[in-house]
Design a binder for this molecule. Sequence first.
Ligand code: FAD
Length: 479
Amino acid sequence: MHYDVVIIGAGIAGLYTAINLPRDKKVLIVNKAHPWECNTFYAQGGVTTAKDDSDIPVHIDDTLTAGAGLCNKEAVEVLSQNSQEVIQDLINRGFEFDADANGELLYTQEAAHSQKRILHAGGDATGRYLHHFLLEKNPHPMLEKATVIDLLLEGDQICGIVVMHRGERKEIMADSVVIASGGVGALFEYHTNASSISGELHGICLEKGIELENMEMLQFHPTVYVDNSTAQKQLLTEALRGEGAQVVDDLDYRFLFDYDERGEMAPRDIVSRAIFDYAQKTKKQVYLSFKSFDYDYFKHRFPNIENRFADLGFNLPKDKVPISPAFHYAIGGIKTDLQGHVPSVKGLYAIGEVASTGVHGANRLASNSLLEGLVFAKRAAAAIIHDVGTQCSGPFVKNNETLYIEGDKEKKEQLRRIMWDNVSIVRTTEGLEGALAAIDTMLKSSIGRLLKLRLLTAQKIVRSALERKESVGVHYRQD
Ligand SMILES: Cc1cc2nc3c(=O)[nH]c(=O)nc-3n(C[C@H](O)[C@H](O)[C@H](O)COP(=O)(O)OP(=O)(O)OC[C@H]3O[C@@H](n4cnc5c(N)ncnc54)[C@H](O)[C@@H]3O)c2cc1C
């Protein structure tokens, strides 16, 4: 099998790249699970856009401020300056964002945005609507339930991938490979991510000596219902706080104002740390309260949340919901330039959550990630069309490691607990060193390849967290 382009991942980044590649290119999208099992599908709040040209500098400023000094300013400029174009492209292709009776687009606000500039669809189902739309528009074939377990390289040239599909290992050759495999959710006990998001491609890159950066920068969402039994926990979008939901204790006390004068509208890292600290100090349960909402408005604006929580036994907006922070978003990742190139490997690109363009710095501004997926996918597609591909001669050294072995499941659970206890919202040298030792021990034990890849990714996160001694943005060192 030989393709011009293989895209790993069918979320917003993978699909929008595919849509921007001409039909006469031989393109294959490879995807680990059902197409909808990705973080894009679960996105609730919306997509940021500069509302008009005058908002571009303001959006850039908000993003740089949230990023706490670690953003790549040029990447942020690219993000904001291209936002209106990609949103207009979606609209021209037929996508319908929520609008009022006169057809005027409706914008919402989330924490750390200085004004309303977030577009949404289906009320609180932006990701689902957008993902469905992109799947419909995608003109290229997709190989589903195919897990990428290796990259094929010849010197500094990408040659293809190895997938496990229907119990068989298959080599798929390609002139260009785009990694759009998302974040690292499955490494944590509490997370909001799709079940397919487990950081394997990060691990493969580490094996190949491909640079990952800012891996310690992990965003924890402050308002998540974690009492359900599945690994993926139920997010309560930030747009709820943007429109009046309040973080309270059992006596309805709004303690966030004791930590930051912006209260519910402070950036995510501050709200997460405040909830974590207050719950630890007082041993009280923290809740999200919706009492400021009118019932009909809530039902119309947040229909999916209302439904999902009704299934869990809550009557929203009347009831308050117990919440905890949970892992949400990987800020760092595979280092790329602003066209998505992975600098050390010809023909290799990374985009979306798996990539590190420097857009988010030390803290992602809410709803900038779907936008990042769109803007950088379009740029990567343009680069692929422009770049000259080279074919490899092979044959390649085969990796014959067994994918799973008995005991992996228990070790995965152990890893998830270690990461949550020691590498989450508040970090200490002692906790990080303990986590690293436990990961190293597991890596030396008898394990399958897929667990090994997760462990390599986790090891890199912990090492990066140890290396960054100062607290900045989402990386908080108690010592
Ligand atoms: C609950 C939730 C709500 C969110 N809300 C918002 C929001 O309102 N606004 C916003 O901007 N952002 C939001 N985010 C973040 C945003 O959704 C993600 O950052 C973004 O969708 C990532 O897109 P992606 O294409 O990079 O990855 P994903 O959409 O996660 O897609 C990754 C793809 O890679 C595939 N894959 C992974 N590993 C392999 C492998 N080994 N082999 C083959 N395929 C593989 C997966 O199956 C999947 O198809 C939210 C995230 C979550 C979890």
